[in-house]
Design a protein around this ligand. Structure first.
Ligand code: FDA
Length: 309
């Protein structure tokens, strides 16, 4: 099935209620999502911390429709910050602006973010703003820069290498010493905005990665692509860039072997741990990325059907 089908499905909220009740979908989700509660995410974080892997906790959710929901999302992030502080987990938080009201009212989003970042600053815990679809890129970066003026590097942002604009964006972020996570990008974007060919997405990734490794502020090299990881390792070795100047980042449940290998080579590794009830769009994006995930799902359906007979 073409990956764009999964990206399309990820935006069909009405399907979620149906799929949520399906045991198989829940099982697949558990491969990528660390349970539905803060406690389950903290438990997963503690396991990863044992071998020195750091984490970033993300309470799953995308654009919300009401002010009340943004307040709930804000309070949830504050609870996550408190849980990290009280358990001593080596981790930070990732969130999306649309969870906090970007689609409803910019001022509301700023107010929610300000409360989160003040609290994060008091606790000395970093907060990463995930990057969403291209409709949000400009607004996310503008809002991020505004918050960065007030709160500094307690917060960082994400740049997607598939976007044509990213080469410019990365320069302004480097100039303001912002902390950047570099990813390929997980949404379906049109050719006028984004490279469509994986070769181009990769080569853009390499260029942006080099800029960040040379002059960025503790960049997060977020990919499971072994070729890109090898390029990064070669580049830092050639340039004598110390391992404490950057980190690799991967998703929970994806390429655990590679996470381990990088740790054993002495690199910093952070795993992004998504959790919560709203796992459907996230899971669909992960399905879109890899055909073997779809094969896994189909195999599980067959197994379930056979065992019911
Ligand atoms: P690519 O898709 O090229 O795959 C390389 C290899 O990795 C595969 O062959 C496979 O072995 C493995 N792999 C990759 N994805 C897999 C999966 N789902 N299941 C199993 N194996 C898989 N995007 C975005 O738009 N905004 C954001 O804020 C973020 N944030 C973010 C944080 C972190 C920590 C990561 C790692 C990624 C993101 N992303 C993201 C997602 C990113 O844009 C991209 O979609 C995925 O990382 C997949 O691209 P890769 O470069 O990892 O590998």
């Amino acid at each position: 099935m073409p990956s764009n089908v999964f990206l399309w499905l990820s935006e069909r909220r009405q399907l979620f209620e149906f799929i949520k009740s399906n045991g198989l979908a829940r099982k697949l989700a558990s491969r990528f999502v660390a349970g539905e509660t803060i406690e389950s995410a903290i438990a997963a974080a503690k396991i990863l911390n044992k071998d020195g892997t750091r984490v970033s906790l993300d309470s799953l959710g995308e654009s919300v429709a009401s002010r009340e929901e943004t307040i709930e999302a804000r309070d949830e992030v504050i609870r996550i910050l408190d849980a990290i502080a009280s358990t001593g987990v080596d981790g930070n938080v990732s969130l999306k602006f649309t969870q906090l009201g970007l689609d409803i009212d910019r001022a509301l989003c700023i107010e929610n973010m300000s409360q989160i970042l003040s609290h994060a600053k008091d606790l000395d815990i970093f907060v990463r703003i995930d990057m969403e679809g291209a409709d949000y890129t400009g607004r996310t970066l503008e809002l991020y820069e505004e918050l960065h003026e007030t709160f500094g590097n307690v917060t960082g942002v994400v740049i997607q290498s598939y976007l044509l604009r990213s080469a410019n964006d990365i320069e302004s972020l480097i100039a303001r010493r912002a902390r950047v996570r570099l990813v390929k990008g997980a949404y379906a974007e049109p050719p006028e905005l984004a490279y469509q060919d994986m070769k181009e997405v990769r080569s853009s990734y390499v260029e942006l990665m080099k800029r960040l490794l040379d002059e960025g502020n503790y960049p997060g090299i977020a990919t499971h692509d072994e070729r890109l990881i090898e390029r990064a390792v070669r580049y830092v070795e050639e340039k004598g860039i110390p391992t404490e100047r950057f980190e690799f980042q991967m998703l929970y449940g994806v390429r655990r072997d590679l996470q381990k290998k990088l740790r054993s080579q002495g690199f910093n590794v952070r795993v992004y741990i998504p959790f919560g009830c709203n796992w459907y769009p996230y899971m669909m994006r992960r399905l879109a990325e890899r055909s073997t995930n779809v094969a896994f799902m189909v195999a599980s359906v067959l197994k379930e059907m056979v065992s019911r007979k």
